[in-house]
Write a new protein. Structure first.
Length: 490
């Protein structure tokens, strides 16, 4: 693609550069630049791409998009906002790939990963070629790729959609984080369906207030557009039981499908029965009852299933097909995942890392717990400090043996994070074991027959980040090894 052809998509007044080289790639990292690249200077939190423009040219950049003049021997095109320009240029360079894919975006504090996997499975079981982008990985057909962020930045995102389109993907599902919406990472992405799971406290280190957090989430719905198309209708699938539901409905002009348990909704779950083996309920759709028997446990998973059914209906898939698919799904890695190494007590690993998600998981465990509940909980460093005492309080309220330990302390002192947690439970009984491996081993060594251990916070993650270094660490592996060692020592 020629430089002029690409820059015209920005639709800025004024002249284009005199030179019009061929553009072989668009990059925002000077280290990725190769011969023929267009380099976009992005000003980030820790580095400014403008400072690396000369190195980008040395690496082969033939043109630069920047927010100020630069002394380099290649054309420099000035824009007001390079981040916004990057999204436009990425969409154009990769040929508007999301426009040819039926795309479902999911946002909310909790449930995004599970719901995205449920929807992707329904599509796949319906004979459709699928793609998935989320916290755990990116999936194109049967191939999986590692991810850095829940929602990739715009260049990576549009490149991924291009790959999906080229490989024949017709239906894709992606998690859309509040950070991604606020940063504009999904600008240029054509969503067909937007799903709202719930809104509870998280990421206030970034958004500062719940109102700003809600506003960021609502952008997914307002960006569905204002037009109505018979060929490609836009839908918003919204949790009617969440207090923010009305605000999300007001934010969008799209067609609305609501789901819920308590409030009247288009898709409702009734007669819910929870067991350690799974969950059964009746889902009513337009007055028609359908029986559902899932292997996933918990009321929160009923909400996830309802959201998935809503997305399926909005995609033209029948309730019978959607429910049949849901009933066959074993589970999602790190989401209420059990660890069985032959022990006579239960070990559950869950990604619960917000007050609401931890409370939901513990409420579910309390439904079937007959003896002690060991709760291993921690809080991530460099993140919302306000939720730390709340997490501790919930662990003490629902667990008989709360244990506070490290999650991903990142650049923070693990002891300081634990002190913040303890502020919420003064006078309560709990144990503090900063080393996560030791904490897991303590719980495994203390649990008796019939007890339950919940290891919360990291779920599917296979690392622990301490002082900027990622170490191999998997709660599931650690728990299994602790059980095996215990059995050998007896």
């Amino acid at each position: 693609m020629k430089l002029h052809e690409l820059l015209k998509h920005l639709r800025q007044p004024g002249k284009l550069p005199e030179a019009n080289p061929d553009i072989s790639s668009v990059e925002d990292s000077h280290s990725k630049v190769r011969n023929g690249s267009l380099f976009i200077c992005i000003k980030g939190f820790s580095a400014d791409g403008h400072d690396f423009a000369a190195e980008a040219v040395q690496n082969g950049a033939v043109a630069i998009v920047a927010q100020r003049e630069l002394d380099v021997p290649v054309p420099v095109y000035i824009v007001r906002d390079t981040s916004r320009a990057k999204a436009i240029l990425a969409d154009a360079f990769y040929g508007h790939p999301s426009h040819g894919i039926h795309l479902t975006g999911i946002t909310g504090t909790n449930g995004k990963t599970t719901t995205s996997h449920l929807i992707e499975r329904i599509f796949s079981d319906s004979g459709l070629k699928t793609g998935l982008i989320g916290t755990m990985y990116t999936k194109v057909g049967d191939r999986k790729f590692d991810v850095k962020n829940t929602t990739p930045e715009s260049l990576t995102l549009q490149k991924t959609f291009r790959l999906m389109a080229d490989e024949g993907v017709t239906h894709a599902v992606m998690e859309v984080s509040s950070h991604a919406l606020d940063y504009g990472r999904v600008h240029g992405t054509d969503f067909n369906i937007a799903v709202f799971t719930n809104l509870t406290q998280d990421h206030l280190d970034y958004h500062k207030t719940m109102e700003k957090y809600r506003q960021a989430k609502s952008l997914l719905f307002s960006q569905l557009g204002n037009t109505y198309s018979e060929a490609s209708p836009k839908f918003a699938v919204i949790n009617a039981d969440d207090p923010a539901a009305l605000e999300f409905i007001r934010a969008t002009a799209a067609l609305i499908l609501t789901y819920g348990i308590d409030e009247k909704a288009d898709i409702m779950a009734k007669n819910i029965r929870l067991t350690p083996q799974g969950t059964t309920f009746t889902v009513e759709i337009a007055g028609m009852p359908y029986s559902v028997s899932m292997k996933q446990v918990g009321k929160f998973n009923v909400y996830n299933a309802l959201a998935a059914i809503g997305a399926a209906l909005a995609s033209g898939i029948t309730p019978e097909i959607a429910i049949s698919s849901l009933e066959r799904i074993e589970g999602v890695a790190g989401r209420f995942e059990t660890v069985d190494a032959g022990q006579d007590f239960s070990i559950i690993v869950d990604y619960a890392h917000t007050p609401d998600s931890l409370e939901n998981v513990l409420k579910t465990i309390r439904e079937f717990a007959k003896k002690n509940i060991y709760v291993l909980a921690g809080c991530g460093g460099d993140r919302d400090r306000a939720k730390r005492p709340l997490m501790a309080s919930i662990a003490c309220e629902y667990g008989t043996h709360p244990i506070f330990t490290s999650d991903n302390p990142r650049s923070e002192d693990p002891e300081a994070i634990l002190r913040d947690m303890e502020e919420g439970v003064k006078g309560r009984n709990y144990k503090v074991i900063p080393d996560r491996k030791e904490a897991i081993e303590y719980a495994v060594g203390s649990a008796q027959s019939g007890d339950i251990i919940l290891i919360a916070g990291k779920g599917h993650e296979t690392y622990q980040e301490i002082k900027g270094v990622k170490y191999d660490f998997d709660d599931r592996v650690c728990a299994r090894e602790a059980v095996i060692r215990l059995a050998k020592d007896k």
